[in-house]
Design a protein around this ligand. Sequence first.
Ligand SMILES: [Mn+2]
Length: 279
Amino acid sequence: MGEMKKYERMIQDPDIVSALTRDEIENLLMEAEKRFEAEQNLIWLKSGRAIFVGDTHGDFDASKKVIASYLRPENKVIFLGDYVDRGPESLENINYLLSLKLAYPEHLFLLMGNHEAYGITPFYPADFWDRLDREMHQRYASVLTKLPLVVCTENGVIALHGALPDVENLEGIDEIVIGSEEWRQITWGDWQERSGAFLGDDMFTGRPQFGEDYFKEIMARFGKNILIRSHQPAAQRAMFNGRCLTIFTSSAYVPSRTIAIVDLGKRVMTVEDVSVEAI
Ligand SMILES: [Mn+2]
């Protein structure tokens, strides 16, 4: 059976991902790496419906539900990062999503979260990374640090893992280098519902914290109305007058897994124009 056929078959039968041999996984990683090398940091979505999915963190069941319900020709499905660690099935979850990315590259988008960049900025605990042998660790790190960073739409949405990068304009996103301060803002940044720009790094987590002044300034620069992101399970769902929406899609953290659906043909001004659903 051809590799592509095998990846396509996972949409009907996701659990075959558990039976992948080491050789097959190595192949999958090699092909996925090539695919991500062909994508820019910033991805534009133009038409149809966009389905945004928050951190899945080893919740393979969440990914299966999303794919079964939403991966269709008229939709774009965007995962906002953090596929591994915390939940019980990290390996299945990431291999499943990489396989489907290869089978449906124009309909499925996998953005980078901080957990994909363990090789750049290590953290604790990291159960997925700790369980890999040296060679597999290196291979996953090489693929997952090539994921794109940001999705934009023409009807007012920007989507990423954490916080907005302090670059001059949207074109500047393609110049962001992994490990840089702007990269760290995207993958590690938290929002706080108060005034102020950069509020310092959190004393306990070390994550950079940002306030409403920073949010408004960068959103104005980018000409976007609403940010859809994940990363911060304790954040209020809507911040900054309904312009910053946080979703989370992993049972490892939250009792109710949420996704956000946007009709790309309609102007989006606030959270009111987005359909937030539980899966
Ligand atoms: Mn995160």
